[in-house]
Design a protein around this ligand. Structure first.
Ligand SMILES: [Zn+2]
Length: 233
């Protein structure tokens, strides 16, 4: 089984739960998936701010990259190492580089920027979800596949059917675990309404994040990451 734990399970404003971010151990490497504004302080508390081998990002909203620059500086000045940042597409790599230029001037002084396929041993792929979260913002979902299992991570996305269409197109006999974002309010196009996730959860093992799990409505039947201590870092 691919090991996944969450540094935080909440949305942009859920300071107590922390911004959603995952700590994934895959093929012997530790990957930090997203680095929102609450993530660096949490990693410092755990003594893990320099412990990841790679950083991977779903998109550039603050609750996903808000402490990225600080984390990279920490690695350089406190841990004396260069961060390794994986990117999905070349365009997204360029965008990330430009984003970091605002605080780092020359981001190449601090980090190596690597295309996803350069991850040792492979097995990580992306689904381009651009436009499914915010009008024209580049966003990505990721899939981690080993011999036994495919672990899916949605990133922010207002489409509860993404992984269902994916596996209709690319059927698999492997175990599938889906970590999907969720929201409890209807008519919000940028996130997945919990009732819309019911179909996905009837077919796959689904855990939802990017929400304050303590505010779940009484009729919510989707498993929430925040309720599973085994998923909390
Ligand atoms: Zn977002």
């Amino acid at each position: 089984m691919i090991d996944i734990q969450f540094v935080g399970t909440g949305g942009a404003f859920d300071v107590e739960q922390g911004n959603s971010a995952a700590w994934i151990t895959f093929k012997g490497k530790k990957i930090l998936l997203d680095c929102g504004h609450t993530v660096y302080p949490r990693l410092r508390e755990k003594g893990l701010a320099g412990a990841m081998d790679y950083i991977l990002l779903t998109h550039l909203h603050d609750d996903h990259v808000g402490s990225l620059s600080t984390l990279i500086f920490h690695q350089k000045y406190a841990e004396h190492k260069r961060a390794k940042i994986l990117h999905s597409t070349a365009d997204f790599g360029d965008l990330l580089f430009s984003f970091l230029r605002f605080s780092q001037q020359n981001p190449a002084d601090y980090s190596d920027f690597l295309p996803l396929w350069q991850f040792p041993g492979g097995g990580i792929s992306y689904i381009d979800t651009t436009g499914m979260h915010a009008a024209s913002m580049p966003t990505f979902a990721y899939l981690f596949e080993d011999e036994d299992e495919i672990l899916c991570y949605s990133g922010d996305i207002g489409n509860a059917y993404l992984f269902m269409s994916h596996f209709e197109k690319y059927p698999t006999n492997k175990k599938v675990r889906i970590f999907n974002e969720i929201i409890f309010y209807p008519n919000i196009k940028s996130h997945c309404y919990y009732k819309d996730l019911a179909l996905l959860a009837s077919k796959y093992e689904v855990y939802a994040y990017h929400v304050n799990h303590l505010q779940a409505p009484a009729d919510n039947e989707i498993a929430l990451v925040g309720n599973f201590p085994k998923f909390l870092l």
